[in-house]
Write a protein that binds this ligand. Structure first.
Ligand SMILES: [Zn+2]
Length: 115
């Protein structure tokens, strides 16, 4: 009788572990999806939608400066900007869905997406 209860608890424990692992794997797969386009917004307004399939360089003009975006090998990066601190440039190349490159001084946000 005692061992049956133990077995039930054991099974529930296994079930919970499997459920947690499944959720973790699903989240990992979703998070590791590579993006294929980006939406660039300035001041909350989308100013550019750029595909990551073609290598190119785009200049984004903001109210108080500029950001030069580079797309290379399906990845995106801000390669040049005249903002204070250059946080956006320091973020480097990104290519995962959900990632963002933000330039706070210019109120510019690059959102990586997939369609
Ligand atoms: Zn910046």
């Amino acid at each position: 009788m005692k061992s049956k209860i133990f077995n039930l608890k054991f099974l529930i424990a296994i079930f919970i572990i499997v459920a947690i692992l499944t959720v973790a794997i699903v989240l990992l797969v979703i998070n590791s999806q590579t993006a294929n386009f980006v939406e660039v917004s300035v001041n909350g307004k989308i100013v550019e939608t750029i595909s990551l399939d073609v290598d190119k360089t785009v200049e984004i003009n903001c109210e108080n400066g500029y950001n030069i975006i580079n797309i290379k090998n399906h990845k995106i990066c801000v390669i040049e900007a005249d903002c204070f601190g250059h946080d956006c440039v320091l973020m480097g190349y990104q290519n995962k869905v959900g990632q963002t490159i933000v330039c706070l001084p210019h109120k510019m946000v690059i959102e990586l997406k997939r369609k």
